[in-house]
Each structure stands twice: as C-alpha cells, then as structure tokens.
Design a protein around this ligand. Structure first.
Ligand SMILES: Cc1ncc(COP(=O)(O)O)c(C=O)c1O
Length: 375
C-alpha cells in the first residue's frame, strides 16, 4: 500500500528531538524554528510533558465523554486563568479545523443565521465548513462550496460595515495574525470594529487562534491586542505540544445543550494530561514573556538586515518577505545551515519556534540569514 501523496516532502527523516533541536537518521542536528508548523510550544520532548503523559498512560489513557473526566475541568480552570477568560466555557476536540467547525456551529445555533464573514488570504482548515471559510479555491472541493460565505478584504472596516448592512450575518471568523496568508496582522482597530458590529447585529466574533494563539505573540490570544473579547476562541497547534488536541473557549452567553456538539476522542485523558503540561510549563517558565522578548529581539535584528522587503509579526510569529532573487534562502537555511523554518507563498519565511526559544538560538538563525542575505 502506498501513502496518498499529498505532501511535498523535505528529504529529512527526524529520529530524535529535544527542546528547539531535532536530529535526523544520519545524526545531523537541526535548529527547529518551524516547530512542525507552530505545534511545538514548550520544546520537543519537554521532560515535564513526557512525564505527565507517561504517568497518565499508566492510569487511564482513554474513555469516552460518557463518563466524568475531572482532568477536563482542571484544564478548563487553568486555561481560563492563564488566558484571562475565567468565565468562558471549554469544549475539547481534536484539530484546528474541527475547532473552527464547532465554533461556526455554536454561532449559527445561537442566532439561527447562516452567513459567515471571512477574509481574503484566510486559512481556517480543511473540513467542510472550515475550508469553505478558507480563501483558497484550490483546496475547496465542489462538495465544500458554500453560498453562505462572504470573503471581504482584511483590515477594511468600511467594507465590513456595509456587509453587515446587506446580510444576515451569523459570525465573523478572523485570525489575529494570518499565518498561511503570510504573517499579516489584524489591526487593533479592525478587531474592535468586528466586536462593535457583532454586538450591534447580534453576530458572533470568532477568533481563530489556532496558529497565532496559545502565547505565541506574548499575549495568550493575539486578538487580545485590541482590548476587546471575542465570543469564541478556537485553538489547537501549540495546545498539546504535538499531542493532537484542540478546543474552543466559549463566552458565557452561549448556553450548552446536550448533544449540540460532540466528539469521540476530544478531551480524552491523555490529551488533557498533555495540555495541562503545556499550560504548567507556560506558567512556571513565564513563556509568554519569553515569546514577547525573544520575538522582539528577532524582529529588531531582522529589520536591520539588507535585501528584505518586509519583516512582519509579533512575538514568535514572524514573517520575512524576500524578493524573488532570494527565493532559495529558505531551502539554503535547511540544507546549508541546518535550520528548519516555515514558508508562506510566494516568498515569505515564517518563524514559528517553541515559546522557550533562547536568545543564543535566535542568534544562530540571525547569523545564518545574514550570510544568506549578504549582510
Ligand atoms: C489559522 C489556522 N486555523 C486552522 C488551522 C487548521 O488546523 P488543523 O490543521 O489542526 O486542522 C490552521 C492550520 O494550519 C491554521 O493555521
């Protein structure tokens, strides 16, 4: 049986990982500033995380949501505290797409409407509604096409206001910083406009925090920069440090009904143990502040370099847009300098490292990119 060949692969087989480093099967060490796509939040094979999962494995690894799972409440309490949304409610699921799918359902159940506003260059996942609100026709199958989605220009409050006037909007879904779209920040004013219009029209503000959340920007949710609350935050990637887990944090005004949402695997014991370990590490090692300060250091240093069109982002979510002539830099960072980075089309290098990245490791990257850019 062959694998269904949907991923273009780097010719690297990773067999070992620790902190911000991975090793291949030939013993070559790599600095990981990609984090397997923003997933590694507290470092590869973090000892506290390994122990938490290992201990849980010896107790009970899985039982369905038909019994009490006290770890879920522990997780909800800790997440509520660290994210500053104590009075929100947690629904646990398994992936970012599933989180967005559920958030959109909660919105539509709440106000009984169908029209969703999403933005140009957005990415929200690959399940049917998540992909329908994703601005990439190439990954929308005919069966996913949905006449209820309205794509608007990002950061354009006037167009948004007009769309609210013309449509019965159930929800607005927005990334605080567009990731796949090339590290583009929503302006605080735009996020406040979304909040104001959702209040005015009883629509639901969904903050997709799957990539930009969980402390990556130095605030728990990148949307927090606007000083207003979203109605629902969706999260995944960094939540389990590689253990598949996702969730949505839901404002108190939404009333749960039995069977309204559901999942077999979501919130299982192992996923909760992994997620607790992540939050405990974030808290005890002050990782939000580390993400903010190491991120700011990287941004400052990158902005001094030549041959860059633009450096964008916040905290440890950074995009470096390069001219066409430097299109091989990402490839060279991996093959020559042994550094993993992410990318966004056409020519943006994306940095999505672990939140405990050190200045020393940031310097290794800066030295490598300086060489590549001829600085
Ligand atoms: C902003 C955003 N939302 C949703 C998703 C989908 O997450 P998943 O791949 O876990 O379904 C992603 C994945 O890259 C993402 O970046």
């Amino acid at each position: 049986m062959n694998l269904f060949d949907v991923y273009p692969l780097n010719d690297v087989t990773i067999v070992k990982a620790s902190g911000s480093y991975v090793w291949d099967d030939k013993g070559q060490k790599y600095l990981d500033l990609y984090g397997g796509h923003a997933v590694i939040s507290i470092g590869h094979t973090n000892p506290h995380w390994v122990k938490r999962i290992e201990d849980q494995l010896h107790q009970v690894s899985f039982y369905s949501n038909s019994v009490k799972i006290p770890l879920q409440q522990e997780l909800a309490d800790k997440l509520g505290k660290i994210s500053g949304k104590d009075n929100y409610q947690l629904f646990l699921c398994n992936s970012g797409a599933e989180a967005n799918e559920n958030a959109l359902k909660v919105a539509s159940f709440y106000n009984g409407r169908k029209k969703v506003i999403a933005f140009k260059k957005s990415f929200h996942g690959r399940t049917s509604l998540a992909v329908a609100v994703t601005d990439n026709p190439a990954i929308v199958a005919p069966v996913n096409e949905n006449e209820n989605i309205i794509f608007l220009p990002f950061n354009d409050a006037a167009t948004l206001e007009q769309a609210f006037l013309e449509n019965e909007v159930t929800a607005v879904i927005v990334e605080g910083i567009q990731g796949v779209g090339g590290i583009r920040e929503a302006t605080p004013d735009f996020l406040r406009s979304i909040r104001r219009l959702c209040d005015q029209y009883n629509a639901v503000y969904i903050a997709d925090s799957v990539q930009c959340g969980y402390g990556r920007t130095g605030q728990f949710y990148s949307h927090d920069i606007a000083g207003v609350n979203a109605d629902i935050y969706t999260m995944a990637k960094g939540m389990g440090n590689g253990f598949p887990v996702a969730g949505i944090s839901i404002a108190p005004k939404f009333i749960a009904k039995h069977f309204m949402l559901g999942t077999t695997f979501g919130g299982n014991h192992l996923a909760c143990a992994a997620s607790m370990a992540v939050l405990e590490e974030i808290e005890s090692n002050d990782l939000l502040n580390n993400a903010a300060s190491v991120g700011q250091y990287l941004l400052n240093e990158l902005k001094k370099l030549p041959n860059i069109i633009e450096v964008r982002g916040r905290g440890l979510m950074i995009g470096i847009e390069l001219p066409e002539a430097f299109k091989d830099v990402k490839k060279n960072l991996l093959s020559i300098h042994k550094i993993f980075t992410g990318e966004a089309k056409p020519n943006v290098i994306r940095l999505l490292p672990a939140l405990n990245l050190s200045i020393a490791d940031a310097d290794i990257f800066l030295q490598a990119i300086k060489t590549e850019l001829g600085a």
